[in-house]
Design a protein around this ligand. Structure first.
Ligand code: PRT
Ligand code: ZN
Length: 286
């Protein structure tokens, strides 16, 4: 029997495009799955199922699929038997407590004996228990942010990314209960040959993640300051230095982390670097 992995991703919504891009960047060809429940990848033994994100942990627990891509917020709320194999670096948000702007918030005890509207009753209950608080939880499935305005609750617990939804509804974020991002999960009973296939996929995912975090940089450096410029650049082993046709100058190539990037450019310019080019890296295998 040929070995295959089934993966569930969100059918439509905030995680859909990034999940598809990740698989594509891993070299996996997926035909457009609009209005289809499942498509087979062309060049990797992978079947991709399109589901509502809320259902993905259950499908993994039931082993209807082997893998899933889902937000940690949904995974932890649903409490299903699904193991995180890799954080994926997209779909970042936080699950936060928000209260009306006008309230004077002094700490979690504010919530004691109050009413909280949320789509995350399990995580909210857990938070209340941790802080030894009692509150009434109103579970609602959408537009949680309007609950205080219409007198349904004193506070809300909802996902926040930019904070503009809270702001527009006269609310302020006062506590972060959970920081969340998309993760890949698996069930516990993968066949050894399936685990091998997953390891192959994870190797590709990690190469793509590394490549996304790094940039390839090329620059011209005056030889009299070459040592200082090279010292600023990390590189995988060390930067590559090649002589330019014009004497007294060298071309320097290296790989830099995007977090340090702008700081580094400033320092390189001060050290006399010219003609700085920065290009994305497609894959990075180290
Ligand atoms: O149909 P399906 O059930 O699959 O989708 P859904 O509507 O339940 O989920 P969707 O597509 O909205 O979100 C999928 C996942 O994306 C979530 O489970 C999170 O893991 C992640 N994610 C990241 C977010 C956000 N950021 C986010 N900002 N999910 C929702 N929001 C909402 C939030 O609920 C609030 O209404 O965006 C609003 C706040 O955004 P800001 O930028 O105004 O703060
Ligand atoms: Zn959902």
């Amino acid at each position: 029997m040929s070995v295959n992995l089934k993966i569930a991703i969100q059918k439509s919504g905030r995680l859909h495009d990034d999940s598809i891009s990740l698989l594509k960047d891993c070299g996996i060809d997926i035909k457009n799955g609009v209005n289809r429940l499942m498509v087979e990848a062309e060049n990797f033994p992978l079947s991709v199922f399109f589901l509502r994100d809320d259902d993905i942990p259950q499908y993994v627990e039931d082993k209807v699929v082997d893998l899933g891509i889902v937000g940690e917020n949904v995974l932890f709320e649903k409490q299903k038997d699904a193991v995180v194999v890799e954080k994926l670096g997209f779909g970042k948000c936080r699950l936060s407590v928000a209260v009306p702007k006008v309230e004077e918030y002094t700490g979690p005890a504010f919530l004691n004996h109050k009413t909280i509207a949320t789509s995350y009753p399990v995580l909210v209950q857990h938070y209340l228990q941790q802080h030894q608080l009692t509150a009434e939880i109103h579970e609602i499935s959408g537009s949680v942010e309007i609950a205080p305005g219409i007198g349904l609750s004193d506070a809300i617990v909802d996902l926040v990314s930019s904070g503009s939804t809270l702001f527009m509804n006269g609310l302020k974020e006062v506590e972060v209960i959970l920081k969340s991002e998309a993760v890949m999960v698996k069930h516990q009973d993968l066949h050894p040959a399936q685990q091998q296939l997953l390891d192959k996929l994870l190797f590709r995912i990690r190469s793509v993640k590394k490549a996304r975090k790094n940039k390839y940089i090329l620059l011209n450096a005056p030889n009299h300051n070459l040592e200082n410029i090279v010292a600023l650049l990390p590189g995988i082993k060390s930067p590559t230095v090649l002589p330019l046709a014009q004497s007294g100058w060298s071309s320097v190539h290296s790989v830099v982390n995007e977090n340090d990037f702008w700081d580094l450019i400033e320092k390189l310019k001060i050290a006399g670097a010219e003609g700085i080019l920065v290009v994305p890296i497609e894959k990075m295998i180290v």
